[in-house]
Write a protein that binds this ligand. Structure first.
Ligand code: HXC
Length: 517
């Protein structure tokens, strides 16, 4: 009899904990167009797979009347479950309890699942919706953030870490998502900033609202802090699930395979005529990517940021690959600061998690000018160079058209330990384009004979093009491995990847590298 009562009490206590801050606050959350922490986890995890931990944990703060405000769980739901049958560890902040603010005990709960994820070698997914450090706890809350950050750092490169921002994420709290591999935000209901609009106004006089300062669109297109901007929470959760399907559980495993009926030997005649006659005309690199990957299915990362370079995941013959491609349709595919940062981060993720890299090159060079130089294009460009050079995963590169100067080197060339480097017959692998080269080499002759300047220019340009605007110079020296017919690209890349599946390569022993930050 006593045991029955004990069980009833447990059931009651669980039911109460599941209510978080209570029905009124849940309603307020819904009224804002937001889901609760538990509703989000329900969407994310396979039905019935959630194993919750620390449901009864309560804060230990006594300041400002906090000793009279206790909620089981203390504003965060933590545990593990599965997504498509694969284990993941999760924490979801519950805004209905003290605005999801971070107490010391909340940080202990989060750290517990982070530690478990690292031990189990499973991804850790954090769903953030929080007013930041719990003000009543002072320094204890700050210490809690420090504990989380340290775990983000130790887990980096060992297990995938994904942050979903489903509400406020402000102040130093933004640094946990920033330390993770991928950050997703939801349009109109989530925002991230170090200091809110009121503080910005008082310090700088600038008047700006939350959305303009740190909304999803801003971070997905301008700062690059967010890799994804979802229309709503449901789409956000679906995006996280899809992302998981391309990546492994940890750095010792490979990503799950996805068998496809798309024939390995499928050729695409359209690729034989995709390159425009004029080297200054654009074409759409997405068409090339979709043509060569399984079923045309490409999962893009950082879609709205630095659109002059494209990065994302796809499958080729069922295996997950990371695709990096210059986009001639935006800024002629030039490499600038943001494109370099974006691609470098992606290359490093793929390398850390055993995802082979397929690089499609059509790059006229680095963007020039004071804005880029003052913003340290040198250091930022070096990030991408470094990322490719240190990467030991299989690297297959295809140069479609331009591969000029330093940008050719950066984009996974042979000398950066590119494994298999192909070129299309339309490739121009050279120090620079013909116009620029002639202007440098024949400036004196052209100036000395203004009457025939155009003639001289055209003649020298033709000479230069014949010599350099093709892939044969590079092929003759072994800097590329073969010149391939564009229509065969899918087949040739897949075959290279298959041959490289058992690749072994390493870097000299070191404490850690010192990549150009
Ligand atoms: C304690 C908090 C809180 C916080 C919100 N609440 N933030 N309690 N500490 N940081 C409580 C509110 O008092 C309220 O409690 C409930 O949560 C809901 O908050 P509302 O303000 O009613 O909600 P809303 O209008 O949606 O506004 C959300 C908000 C706002 C914009 C996040 O609450 C806010 O500005 N909070 C403070 C943000 C902040 O300055 N945080 C500290 C940042 S510094 P009741 O009981 O009324 O429901 C920081 C340092 C981290 O985080 C450093 C790491 C290194």
């Amino acid at each position: 009899m006593i045991q029955t009562e004990q069980i009833e009490k447990l059931v009651e206590r669980r039911a109460s904990a599941r209510q978080g801050g209570g029905p009124a606050r849940i309603q307020a959350q819904h009224d804002k167009g937001k889901l609760t922490a538990r509703e989000r986890l329900e969407l994310l995890l396979d039905p019935g797979s959630f194993e919750e931990y620390d449901m009864f944990v309560q804060h230990r703060c006594t300041n400002f009347g906090m000793d009279k405000q206790h909620y089981d769980g203390d504003g965060v739901v933590t545990g593990c479950g599965t997504v498509d049958g694969r284990p993941v560890y999760v924490f979801a902040q519950d805004f209905t309890v003290s605005g999801g603010s971070l107490s010391k005990t909340m940080s202990e709960k989060i750290c517990k699942v982070m530690d478990m994820a690292l031990r189990a070698g499973a991804p850790c997914i954090g769903l953030n919706d929080s007013g930041g450090a719990r003000i009543q706890e002072g320094i204890d809350a700050l210490a809690g953030y420090g504990e989380i950050f340290e775990r983000n750092i130790l887990s980096s490169g060992v297990i995938p870490q994904i942050s979903g921002i489903f509400g406020p994420c402000a102040g130093g709290a933004v640094y946990s998502p920033a330390l993770t591999d991928f950050t997703l935000m939801v349009k109109n209901t989530s925002y991230m900033f170090l200091t809110g609009p009121a503080v910005v106004k008082s310090v700088t006089g600038e008047v700006v609202d939350q959305e303009q300062l740190g909304g999803a669109s801003v971070h997905a297109s301008k700062s690059g802090v967010a890799h994804f901007a979802a229309q709503d929470e449901k789409e956000g959760i679906e995006t996280i699930k899809k992302l998981l399907s391309y990546i492994p559980q940890n750095n010792m495993e490979t990503a799950p395979e996805r068998p496809s009926s798309d024939p390995v030997g499928r050729v695409d005649d359209a690729l034989n005529s995709i390159i425009p006659d004029s080297p200054n005309k654009a074409y759409d690199m997405y068409a090339v990517i979709r043509s060569i990957v399984d079923d045309g299915d490409f999962f893009e990362i950082h879609k709205d940021f630095a659109k002059n370079i494209i990065v994302g995941f796809a499958h080729m013959n069922g295996r997950s690959v990371g695709v990096v491609a210059n986009q001639p349709a935006v800024l002629a595919g030039v490499l600038d600061i943001n494109a370099s940062r974006k691609a470098a981060r992606f290359v490093r993720f793929c390398d850390a998690f055993n995802i082979p890299l397929v690089t499609l090159v059509d790059v006229p060079g680095f963007l020039c000018g004071t804005q880029q130089e003052y913003g340290a294009i040198i250091t930022n460009g070096a990030k991408l160079l470094y990322a490719y050079g240190e990467a030991t995963v299989p690297k297959v590169t295809v140069t479609l058209r331009k591969g000029y100067g330093g940008a050719h080197i950066v984009m996974s060339c042979k000398q950066l330990r590119g494994d298999v480097n192909y070129a299309w017959p339309s490739a121009q692998i050279a120090v620079m384009g013909a116009d620029g080269a002639v202007n440098v080499l024949y400036a004196k002759e052209i100036k000395a004979d203004p009457e025939h300047a155009k003639e001289i220019f055209e003649q020298k340009k033709q000479e230069y093009e014949e010599l350099f605007s093709n892939p044969y110079q590079a092929a003759m020296k072994g800097y590329i491995d073969d010149i391939i017919e564009p229509r065969n690209t899918r087949f040739r890349v897949i075959r290279a990847l298959e041959q490289l599946a058992s690749k072994r390569a390493d870097v000299p022993a070191k404490k850690h590298d010192n990549l150009p930050l």
